[in-house]
Design a protein around this ligand. Structure first.
Ligand SMILES: [Zn+2]
Length: 285
């Protein structure tokens, strides 16, 4: 996770975290390069030598994939999933419909992702443009909700002032589930095991914490804030410029955190299959 470089800021997901009205414009579905569209990184990717993109369109989505790759045989299905993820994320955060198409690029390897963006992450959203790049492993579905929410929040809300924990928390809130378990149930498992970090500690050393632990805790906390005050509260927190040492949830944050922990203590805990997680990621959606 890199924050602070305005040129090449990207948001990653790890290997572990690794539909309706579909229309396919004949020109876009034909072999060869799709016509240039999207913002800077998207246009550069479409014109990148050695990438013979095919494109499938769905409402609000251009899904670019490579012939012969794993995604090629199921591109229309993946485009429908991406479209559903976009609708889900907009509704969840009560965001306005976006004017620009979301440009999604599916590649087969981290090396290909690195050629396009400079970073070999399994998933990354490009700030300031509605573009995301995914490495697709055979048989898996990219975490569309997660990266599309990164792209939407960065585009519509701007660069978060409260650093990584919140941007990943918002994306994980959108992702919603892992191995079929809700983020709250997994966080309740951390609480039950005495491993649920205080939010101040999580925010202070987000990238030093076990990745799944960090993402789930942040996602559960953001979901609680959204339920308590509505999505606008999450947006306001995103735009807050906190003074040093302030609680990560802003004014009244300590009480909010205590209420969140009480809530987690009242729901049945779930525990992830870490071996499966390493091999297959979170799974659907
Ligand atoms: Zn992320």
């Amino acid at each position: 996770m890199i924050l602070g470089n305005s040129v090449s800021v990207t948001f990653r997901i790890s290997t572990a975290l690794a539909v309706l009205g579909l229309a396919c414009a004949p020109a876009a579905c034909a072999p060869g390069h799709a016509p240039p569209h999207g913002a800077e990184t998207a246009r550069a990717a479409l014109g990148h030598p050695g990438f013979a993109w095919r494109t499938v369109e769905a409402n609000g989505i251009h899904l670019h994939y490579l012939p012969g790759g794993d995604a090629a045989g199921r591109a229309p299905q993946l485009a429908r999933r991406a479209e559903a993820a976009l609708r889900h994320d907009l509704a969840l955060a009560r965001m306005p419909a976006v004017r620009h198409t979301v440009e999604l690029f599916l590649v087969d390897s981290r090396e290909q992702a690195r050629q396009l963006s400079g970073h070999g992450y399994m998933g990354q959203a490009i700030p300031s443009e509605l573009t995301a790049i995914f490495v697709v492993e055979p048989g898996t579905t990219p975490l569309f909700r997660h990266e599309i929410m990164h792209a939407l929040s960065l585009k519509l809300w701007g660069t978060p002032r409260t650093a990584s924990w919140l941007s990943e928390g918002v994306a994980t809130w959108a992702q919603g589930r892992c191995q079929g378990h809700g983020m709250d149930a997994i966080a309740a498992g951390f609480l039950r095991d005495g491993r649920l970090l205080p939010l101040g500690e999580l925010a202070g050393r987000f990238w030093d914490v076990d990745e799944m632990h960090a993402y789930v805790t942040a996602g559960s906390a953001v979901a609680f804030v959204a339920r308590a005050g509505g999505p606008r509260t999450v947006e306001a927190l995103w735009k807050l410029d906190p003074r040093p040492g302030a609680h990560p949830l802003g004014a009244g944050g300590a009480q909010m955190e205590a209420a969140w922990r009480r809530r987690l203590g009242s729901i049945p805990p779930a525990r992830l299959d870490t071996a499966s997680l390493r091999q297959h990621g979170c799974g659907e959606p």
